[in-house]
Ligand binder design. Structure first.
Ligand code: EPU
Length: 436
């Protein structure tokens, strides 16, 4: 071995596959105004839902992120005609869709590929979809989705990493979810909108994107009631017509920007968001001593003296979102006192902790609770992203830290945040990407 790069190549082969890294010089307060992009988790459900339509339909306000690009490719592989202008709209004409199989090569790119099951089943009574990929944050079962399809009359076979679902006809039925599942609620909704008769889903998720998806489907002529409550009732319809629909703003991008503003003791106004979707985070920031003010569609975050430790527990909406747990943990690394962050949704959403420790955080994990003893400073260090929101946490930590943080595998962040470094740079951050 005669050079450092040969040593790295020999002992850390995964670096050979890393295309770029993100570099952040921390310590600069974020200042200014920024507009949030469309919501990732509505976008991915809405794109799948276009398959149910009998005519072309258009989804607007989609974030320009990898998950959207991957779903676009899946739709095209099935035979849909897609007109996609990134950041503007995506029009899908599903009339040419006769295929019903989505292989692992396509599903491994994102979790939301599981929506192809509900959408293809609802469209053509047949779906063969490989188990999804996506972020590795826990076991992420889909048994409740499959149970819901079965309640509508589908036969389900699950072998060799594939789910096979088919039915002669789908008929409305009662679906009792054993636990609250966002993906399960959406997937069964997709399968039920064209089923014969009425489907009643109990113990459903109430996230804003469930309501948004129901609004989108209703704008095509579906008859969905109760989205946003514990019980959703769907009267099946035979025909869904063309529509144009703009998805809601991204609740998690909004939250990440709020946390980043607080973390840098900056003064940031986030436009185009829905403040009522942010209440769990806003309440925690206020409790920490951060100033948060709201208008109809904007939120301003400003510093106000010392930031205090708080206790956080992730819960289904309207509780504190699991998707903000990791960035919030990064913020609390420098709050005065001892904070606790309990993750109740995903059992392994803790892979950011080792990386935060490299940056000087004092953190312990006890069962599913992170205990954080606030430190006066974090230090820049080389760190590696393991999943989307871990990436957001490391960006927040990098913005707070003294010196340069090198973030490897930032492509995880591109799955769910639209050009995050451009947005942060506009707010004054010293952040860039470098090819490796
Ligand atoms: N679960 C089951 N069985 C099921 C479904 C879920 O046991 O059939 C369990 C899961 O293992 C998990 C919990 O229930 O422990 C909640 O899972 P849920 O189904 O609600 O989550 P998901 O559909 O896998 C979506 C989002 C996630 C977000 C969660 C919770 C999409 C594509 N993904 O995941 O988003 O964290 O809901 O709100 O909408 C992210 O954006 O970073 C992300 C991971």
């Amino acid at each position: 071995m005669d050079s450092q790069s040969e040593v790295i190549a020999a002992f850390a082969p995964r670096f050979m596959y890393v295309k770029d890294k993100m570099l952040i010089t921390g310590g600069r307060p974020l200042m200014g105004e920024i507009t949030v992009s469309g919501g990732k988790n509505t976008a991915v459900a809405a794109i799948a839902a276009t398959l149910l339509c009998d005519e072309p339909c258009t989804v607007e306000n989609l974030p320009d992120i990898d998950d959207v690009h991957a779903l676009n490719e899946i739709l095209q592989s099935l035979g849909a005609q897609v007109d996609y202008v990134p950041g503007k709209y995506l029009t899908v004409d599903p009339r040419g869709v006769h295929a019903f199989r989505v292989p692992y090569a396509l599903t491994k790119r994102l979790r939301a590929s599981y929506y192809m099951l509900g959408a293809l089943l609802g469209r053509g009574l047949r779906a063969e979809v490989a188990y999804p990929g996506g972020c590795d944050i826990g076991s992420r079962l889909i048994d409740q989705h499959l149970k819901g399809f079965a309640a509508l009359g589908a036969r389900i076979d699950d072998r060799g990493g594939m789910v096979y679902a088919n039915a002669e006809r789908l008929t409305g039925g009662d679906v009792f979810f054993d636990l609250v599942t966002v993906g399960g609620t959406i997937n069964v909704m997709l399968a039920a909108v064209r089923a014969e008769g009425t489907t009643v889903m109990y113990n459903v998720a109430k996230e804003p994107h469930i309501v948004d998806l129901a609004n989108f489907l209703n704008s095509m002529g579906a008859r969905i009631k109760g989205a946003g409550t514990n019980v959703i009732r769907i009267r099946g319809v035979q025909h869904l017509h063309s529509t144009t629909y703009a998805v809601i703003p991204d609740q998690i991008e909004t939250g990440t920007l709020m946390i980043a503003a607080a973390a840098t003791r900056g003064d940031v106004t986030i436009h185009g968001c829905i403040p009522t979707h942010m209440e769990a985070l806003t309440a925690k920031l206020l409790e920490m001593g951060v100033r948060v003010t709201e208008n109809d569609d904007s939120i301003r975050v400003r510093p106000q003296g010392e930031q205090r430790a708080v206790n956080v527990k992730t819960q289904v909406y309207p509780g504190f979102p699991t998707d903000l747990q990791q960035p919030m943990t990064a913020l609390l690394c420098m709050a005065s006192g001892t904070s606790s962050v309990c993750e109740t949704i995903f059992e392994q959403r803790f892979k950011h902790l080792d990386e935060l420790r490299r940056m000087g955080a004092h953190i312990r994990l006890v069962d599913r609770t992170v205990l954080i003893e606030g430190v006066r400073e974090l230090y820049g260090a080389p760190v590696t992203v393991t999943d989307l929101r871990a990436g957001a946490a490391l960006v927040v930590a990098g913005l707070m830290a003294k010196g340069v943080t090198e973030i490897y595998e930032p492509s995880y962040i591109d799955r769910g945040y639209e050009r995050i470094e451009d947005k942060l740079r506009r707010l004054g951050a010293d952040i860039r990407r470098e090819k490796l």
